[in-house]
Design a protein around this ligand. Structure first.
Ligand code: PXL
Length: 278
């Protein structure tokens, strides 16, 4: 059988266990050939380190994409994460059009916000561009903060099922097809993910570890995409990714020096094992 080949577009934060330093190993572990396009190179991620460097690679993207096009290189999926600029999003949409193999899956993680706030460096203009990317993707993976920015609905820390339904309906009105809404919790000690395919929602609930962890959105999205590429359904991929991410956090909480990311590497055998499940 022909191996699947995926392209993931996100930054390289050299230190900090997020974006490409997480996506590449997890996707490779899933058994998929993983090609990368770095959107920017940072010395560290932007969430907690001071004085990080940031080299925006937006202007390199058109030549890279043109080269791949001239070599007739196509991808079975394109998965975008943290993007370095609003202009870059326009280039990514061109790549969706030019570099996707027939039937390819286009997956956008609008990695731009958490806990009610945009990440350092992002503004409303970026949000507006991100809306256009999400409208052409097959699958989007926002958290509640990102969903609220994408829809203009208020961000709530306390909510019920009606609020979640409202967010998903508004995302679908914006053009989203399959929505994987992460960090949705309805009771103490629990959190989960709402998977909406074609307007039908299914919830996967799991244990919540009461500690914010950096990079877990990227661990989650990468594990989800890898499982999906291995032929799992969106719901099963969402559940496998959740179970893996919980274990990564559990593997890290006892080490306060490791505040900047999660120790996902030792837990990869668990993830690979789950991919073999029927
Ligand atoms: O994990 C999301 C992410 C990715 N890349 C960079 C970030 C963040 C979150 O803050 O700063 C550079």
């Amino acid at each position: 059988m022909k191996n699947k080949r995926i392209l993931t577009v996100q930054d390289i934060s050299c230190v900090g266990q997020c974006s490409l330093t997480v996506a590449l190993p997890i996707l490779s572990a899933s058994g998929v050939e993983t090609c990368i396009l770095p959107s920017a190179v940072l010395s560290t991620h932007t969430a907690g380190f001071k004085g990080f460097t940031f080299r925006d690679l937006t202007d390199d993207i058109p030549a890279i994409a043109a080269h791949w096009k001239s070599e007739n290189i196509k991808f079975d999926a394109i998965y975008t994460g943290y993007l370095g600029s609003a202009k870059q999003i326009a280039y990514v949409k061109e790549m969706f059009r030019d570099l996707a193999a027939p039937g390819a899956l286009l997956i956008a993680d609008p990695a731009m916000a958490d806990n009610g706030r945009l990440y350092t460096g992002f503004d409303q203009a970026f949000v507006e561009e991100m809306k256009t990317l999400c409208s052409v993707a097959d699958i989007i993976l926002p958290n509640i903060t990102e969903a609220s920015f994408l829809t203009g609905l208020p961000y709530r820390e306390e909510y019920d099922g009606a609020y979640i339904d409202e967010l998903i309906a508004a995302l679908r009105e914006g053009g989203a097809k399959t929505v994987i809404l992460t960090g949705v919790g309805f009771s103490e000690g629990k959190t989960g993910v709402m998977v909406n395919e074609g307007g039908v929602s299914r919830y996967y609930e799991h244990h919540r570890i009461p500690k914010g962890s950096h990079g877990t959105g990227d661990v989650y999205a990468s594990a989800f995409v890898g499982a999906l590429m291995r032929g799992k359904s969106a719901y099963d991929s969402a559940a496998i990714a959740a179970d893996y991410t919980v274990r990564c956090i559990e593997n890290t909480v006892g080490d306060p020096d490791h505040w900047y990311g999660v120790k996902f590497e030792p837990v990869l055998p668990y993830y690979i094992g789950r991919l073999g499940d029927k």
